[in-house]
Design a protein around this ligand. Structure first.
Ligand code: MTE
Ligand code: MO
Length: 365
C-alpha cells in the first residue's frame, strides 16, 4: 500500500526511485512513433509542484528591454505551433555501465516521443525585446520546483531547477509547451507550461516553467555545472567543463528485451528505434552475434528532424539453444556512427555505445 507522498501509481511505467516520481517506459512496449502520455517516462529532481492554471505566471526578465509577466490565458492566446520531438534523459541506459554509477538506475526506457504544442520562445522574447544579439548570451529557464540536492554534491541549501540554452537555440525552435499529445500537460510532465528543447537531452526541457531570464554570459547553475555537465577533452587542450546539450546518435533495441527467452529456429522480428539531435538517422545495423557481423535493419518511419525512427530486423534464430548478444548501431546523414564503447569523460551520461541485449535462445516446449 502506498504511503502518503509516494509517487502516484503509474500503470505502464516502471518506478526507478522510492522517493520521487522517476518512472521508466518499458521500452519493449515500443509500438508507436508517438509515445502515449501515460507511457512517457518521468524524471523529477524534486517533488512535482502543485501549480494551478489561475495561479501560474511566467516572468520574462534579465537583459531584455521590457521585462514582462504572462498569465496562462495570455500565453495560450498567442500563436502556437505543434512539434513532434523525441526526449531522452541524459542518463538513459546507465544500468549497462560497470561499475554501476550513481543516479536513477535507468535501463532503456528513459526516452519517449510526443507531440508538443505551445508558443515559440522566440515570440515571447521578441515581445520582451532583445538588445543587440550577442553570440555568447544564454536564456535561463527556471522551474517552480525546488529542494535540496545531496548528489552528486550537496547543493547550497534549497535550489530551484534551472537550465540554460544558448540564445540562438532559444530563438530557433524552443517551445513553451502547454499541451502534450493534444491535451493539457499532466502534473508530472510540467503542468501548466514547460519548455521543450527539440534535439536536446531532456534536462534542458524545463518543466513547471515560471521564469525566463536572458543572461549575457554562461549560466553556472547547479544543473548546468555540477550535474548534467561533463569534461570535454579536445585537441590536447586541458579538459573543459561543458553542459550537456544535443542528443547524441543512438540506436536502441526494444524487442527482444534484455534476458528475454527466444525460441530456437524461428523468424524473430527484432525491433527498436534510433535517434539523434543533430543530423538525421540514415541507417541502422543489427548484430545477432555480439558484434562480429552486422546487417541492415529496415526503417518503419521516414526521417523527421529530432524524432526517432523505428526499425525492424528479421532474425533467423539459431537451431540450437544458447545465449546470444544482440546489438544495434546507427549512422547519420553525415556518415557518423556511434562510439564502440563508453567514453569515461561522459560520466554516467550520454550512453550511446551499442548496448548488448543478452537473450536466452531455447527449444520451444
Ligand atoms: N524540469 C524541472 N523543473 N524539474 C526537473 O526535475 N527534469 C529534467 C527535465 N525538466 C526536470 C525538468 C530532466 S533531467 C528530464 S530527462 C526531463 O525533464 C524529463 O521530462 P518528463 O518528466 O516530462 O519525461
Ligand atoms: Mo534527464
Amino acid at each position: 500500500t502506498p504511503a502518503p507522498g509516494d509517487p502516484a501509481p503509474a500503470p505502464g511505467l516502471i518506478p526507478r526511485d522510492s522517493l520521487l516520481p522517476n518512472l521508466e517506459f518499458p521500452f519493449r512496449d515500443l509500438n508507436s512513433r508517438v509515445t502515449p502520455t501515460e507511457c512517457f517516462y518521468v524524471r523529477n529532481h524534486f517533488p512535482t509542484p502543485a501549480l494551478t492554471a489561475g495561479g501560474w505566471s511566467l516572468t520574462v526578465g534579465g537583459a531584455v528591454l521590457h521585462p514582462l509577466r504572462l498569465g496562462l490565458e495570455e500565453l495560450r492566446s498567442l500563436p502556437s505551433r505543434t512539434v513532434t520531438a523525441t526526449m531522452e534523459c541524459a542518463g538513459n541506459g546507465r544500468t549497462f555501465l560497470s561499475p554501476r554509477p550513481r543516479g536513477v538506475p535507468w535501463e532503456l526506457g528513459a526516452v519517449g516521443t510526443a507531440r508538443w504544442t505551445g508558443v515559440p520562445l522566440s515570440a515571447v522574447l521578441e515581445r520582451a525585446g532583445l538588445p543587440e544579439v550577442v553570440a555568447a548570451w544564454e536564456v535561463v529557464l527556471e522551474g517552480a520546483d525546488r529542494g535540496v540536492m545531496t548528489e552528486p554534491v550537496p547543493s547550497p541549501g534549497e535550489i530551484s531547477y534551472a537550465r540554460s540554452v544558448p540564445l540562438a537555440k532559444a530563438l530557433d525552435d524552443v517551445l513553451l509547451a502547454h499541451e502534450m499529445n493534444g491535451e493539457a500537460l499532466t502534473p508530472d510532465h510540467g503542468f501548466p507550461v514547460r519548455a521543450v528543447v527539440p534535439g536536446w537531452y531532456g534536462m534542458a526541457s524545463v518543466k513547471w516553467l515560471t521564469a525566463v531570464r536572458v543572461v549575457p554570459g554562461p549560466f553556472l547553475g547547479y544543473f548546468q555545472t555540477v550535474d548534467y555537465a561533463y569534461w570535454e577533452e579536445k585537441d590536447g587542450l586541458p579538459p573543459q567543463l561543458r553542459p550537456i546539450g544535443p542528443l547524441q546518435l543512438k540506436a536502441a533495441i526494444a524487442r527482444p528485451a534484455p534476458r528475454e527467452v527466444v525460441p530456437c529456429g524461428v523468424t524473430y522480428e527484432v525491433t527498436g528505434a534510433a535517434w539523434s539531435g543533430e543530423a538525421d538517422v540514415a541507417r541502422v545495423e543489427v548484430s545477432v552475434d555480439g558484434g562480429c557481423t552486422w546487417a541492415d535493419a529496415e526503417f518503419l518511419d521516414p526521417p523527421m528532424p529530432h524524432v526517432w525512427r523505428r526499425w525492424r530486423f528479421r532474425w533467423q534464430t539459431p537451431e540450437g539453444p544458447g545465449s546470444r548478444t544482440l546489438l544495434a548501431r546507427a549512422t547519420d546523414t553525415r556518415g557518423r556512427t556511434q562510439p564502440t564503447c563508453h567514453d569515461p569523460a561522459r560520466g554516467s551520461y550520454m550512453i550511446t555505445h551499442p548496448l548488448p541485449i543478452e537473450v536466452d535462445v531455447r527449444e520451444s516446449s
